[in-house]
Design a protein around this ligand. Structure first.
Ligand SMILES: Cc1cc2nc3c(=O)[nH]c(=O)nc-3n(C[C@H](O)[C@H](O)[C@H](O)COP(=O)(O)OP(=O)(O)OC[C@H]3O[C@@H](n4cnc5c(N)ncnc54)[C@H](O)[C@@H]3O)c2cc1C
Length: 287
């Protein structure tokens, strides 16, 4: 697990994220920094996550990094109370605004979808425009969520959805999720939304390229997004073609839940780790 975390997580400290974002920026890619904190159980821990984000904004500004942030509402205390979470989110969003930065609210499992969209609407109604949401193509509700949110022209990261969800609310079939992703992407572009096309699926990346070209969208109208450590060569291709690409850079000590999710999602990772370890033992990877 330690090895896994090294590949997908910048490290335990802010300075680790800073170094990774510097490298990502040097490769012509933007970043979004995620403070890992989803296992919090007290208000104090949620407050510590808020302060960690404030440190991140200050660091981004001081070092001139091209990076926003991604937050998880459970990390800001959603399971402890809706109002507490809204106050924490507002603090983060206001701090970001004061430094010209942007906050993406990650989407967690389906038990949080309603609260997440409601909090987003409330902050937008208060006049905060430096926030965006995530929609999950696998959820059957997503198409109607897009229709309901369209008037707000939200900035949306579209992804397949990482959580295991029951069949009555989520497509289970791989091709059905892909098809739902394309439908959602079309609907978001129809609504004039800025979309972060978040996928490492080559077929979906091609569909993204196709839709962007067919609609004559400019570089500033959309971006591709990928997770740190996954399919970097596909990301390089997109950058070389002139697309914007943003890399999701998690850091922090709460790496266990994040790593477990990556592992559950893609058991092949266990195979990569095993073969890499064997490779090291055999000296294949050098010193
Ligand atoms: C920037 C970003 C932000 C995200 N934010 C959220 C969020 O807020 N909420 C949410 O539910 N989900 C989020 N996700 C996860 C997303 O929902 C998918 O679970 C994940 O991206 C895998 O789907 P895929 O589209 O890459 O397609 P897949 O078909 O799963 O992957 C395509 C190929 O990419 C490679 N690959 C994919 N994942 C891995 C991996 N973990 N390790 C190694 N190789 C891999 C494999 O080669 C695979 O064949 C995010 C994803 C990205 C890229």
């Amino acid at each position: 697990m330690q090895k896994l975390s090294q590949r997908y997580i910048a490290g335990p400290e802010l300075k680790d994220a800073r170094e990774v974002v510097r490298r990502v920026n040097a490769d012509g890619k933007a970043a979004t920094i995620d403070v890992l904190g989803e296992e919090i159980t007290t208000e104090e821990e949620a407050a510590a996550i808020v302060r960690a984000y404030q440190d991140v904004f200050a660091d981004i500004e001081r070092c001139g990094l091209d990076s926003g942030v991604s937050v998880k509402l459970t990390g800001l205390g959603l399971n402890l109370g809706y109002d507490l979470c809204r106050d924490n989110l507002r603090t983060v969003v206001e701090d970001a605004a004061s430094r010209g930065n942007f906050v993406r609210i990650d989407m967690e499992d389906s038990s949080t979808t309603d609260d997440t969209l409601r909090l987003y609407r409330e902050l937008r109604a208060e006049g905060h425009d430096n926030i965006g949401i995530v929609l999950q193509a696998m959820l059957r509700r997503t198409q109607s969520d897009i229709a309901e949110l369209a008037e707000l022209k939200p900035s949306v990261r579209l992804c397949k959805g990482i959580y295991v969800e029951p069949a009555d609310i989520a497509y289970q079939d791989y091709e059905a999720v892909r098809a739902a992703f394309v439908r959602a992407l079309e609907a978001l572009f129809d609504a004039g939304c800025y979309v972060g096309i978040a996928t490492h699926d080559e077929w979906l990346v091609s569909q993204g390229r196709r839709l962007v070209a067919e609609r004559g969208l400019e570089r500033d109208d959309y971006e591709f997004q990928m997770l740190l450590g996954i399919r970097p060569e596909l990301g390089d291709e997109l950058v070389a073609e002139g697309h914007r690409l943003r890399i999701y850079v998690p850091f922090g000590r709460h790496w266990y839940a994040y790593s477990m999710r990556r592992l559950q999602e893609n058991p092949k990772i266990a195979g990569y780790i095993a073969s890499d370890t064997v490779g090291r033992l055999l000296g294949r990877n050098g010193a």
